[in-house]
Ligand binder design. Structure first.
Ligand SMILES: [Zn+2]
Length: 342
């Protein structure tokens, strides 16, 4: 008899044999799917899981550091410009300083919806990124926007450091202390063996009115229906849990949190990689688009993939999303199929 550690459902859960297809080891791992909340979880966590996180796993480059420009006046003008765009505050100084600032860059415009959803109101708001990785790309992106009270924690960091407004600490979420306006998990939650406990620890770290943002794959969506066990985001054995909206809500509820907003954020890469896995090509192999583009992929097909993910994101059927949580009862917002109903 199986028992779901998220929702408590008991019974015989459906079994799936998933293959490692990021590096192409093709080892199989058994996963179980809960018929109650729909969460997919690994049958047993491999004792040698560390073997599946080689240095190549972290071989991603940091985003370009296009911070405030040279010279104090330009830096001041561009900080005022970013503040006005992101928080809607300080519009008068931003206007007065406009002639010394370059036009608003795309990365700032793109950040506006997530900054608003996260409830951030100033560059001095404290932000914690859990599972920040050896290259803390998400914190570097926030630093580029102007945020300066940034902390990243990850139990697998090589070393701790304090530089340029970013403090990096080698620890788990359970060992982390402090009080944060925003706690983020950018594709780290699905790697954690104890999602309910992680959610509880995240709730403990929120300042009054603070927000927890979890970006994670979403089980049971169009990608699962279309690609099944070839869906790239299953990523066995690194992804220990592939959540559903229901399993995330259950985990949050047990931690005294509630779901207040969802931003679906799949990219065409998920389709490309899933198509390849269905044809037996792993992401890091030489025949892959990820290693040697275009790898037989023509522009028309790529455009079709882009249109598909745009549609999936707009209709709440994508394979990934950012979930926003607040302390239960603190917000009047309610979520229904991806849209906040005020
Ligand atoms: Zn369940």
């Amino acid at each position: 008899m199986d028992r779901c550690d998220i929702c408590g459902t008991e019974g015989r859960f459906e079994r799936f044999q998933l293959r490692e297809m990021l590096f192409g080891l093709r080892e199989t791992f058994e996963y179980h799917r809960c018929p109650g909340c729909g969460v997919m979880r690994i049958g047993s966590v491999p004792g040698d899981l560390g073997r599946h996180y080689p240095p190549a796993y972290y071989a991603i480059s940091a985003p370009p550091a296009s911070g405030p420009g040279d010279g104090r006046l330009r830096a001041t003008a561009e900080r005022a410009r970013n503040r006005a765009a992101l928080f809607g505050t300080g519009r008068v100084p931003a206007r007065l300083l406009r002639r010394w600032a370059r036009p608003l860059p795309l990365e700032v415009r793109r950040a506006v919806p997530s900054v608003r959803r996260a409830g951030l109101r100033s560059f001095s708001d404290r932000v914690l990124d859990v599972g920040c990785g050896r290259v803390p790309g998400n914190l570097i992106a926030l630093r580029t926007l102007g945020f300066r009270n940034l902390t990243g924690v990850d139990p697998y960091l090589d070393e701790e450091s304090d530089q340029d407004g970013i403090a990096l600490r080698r620890r788990s979420i359970h060992e982390t202390t402090g009080s944060y306006r925003l706690v983020t998990m950018h594709h780290s939650f699905e790697h954690m063996p104890d999602p309910k406990e992680a959610m509880a620890s995240a709730g403990r770290l929120l300042a009054p009115g603070g927000v927890l943002m979890v970006r994670t794959p979403v089980m049971g969506s169009w990608f699962w229906d279309t690609y099944g066990t070839s869906w790239w985001e299953l990523d066995p054995p690194r992804h220990l849990y592939i959540h559903t909206v229901a399993s995330l809500e259950q985990s949050a509820c047990a931690a005294g949190l509630e779901l207040v907003d969802i931003a679906w954020d799949s990219s065409p890469v998920e389709i490309i990689a899933s198509e390849q896995i269905a044809r037996g090509i792993a992401w890091r192999e030489s025949a892959s688009w990820g290693e040697n583009p275009p790898a037989g992929l023509d522009d028309a097909t790529l455009a079709e993939y882009r249109a598909t993910v745009t549609e999936l994101n707009a209709t709440g059927r994508a394979g990934r999303a950012a979930f926003y949580f607040r302390e239960a009862g603190a917000s009047s917002d309610r979520v229904r199929t991806g849209a906040v109903v005020k």
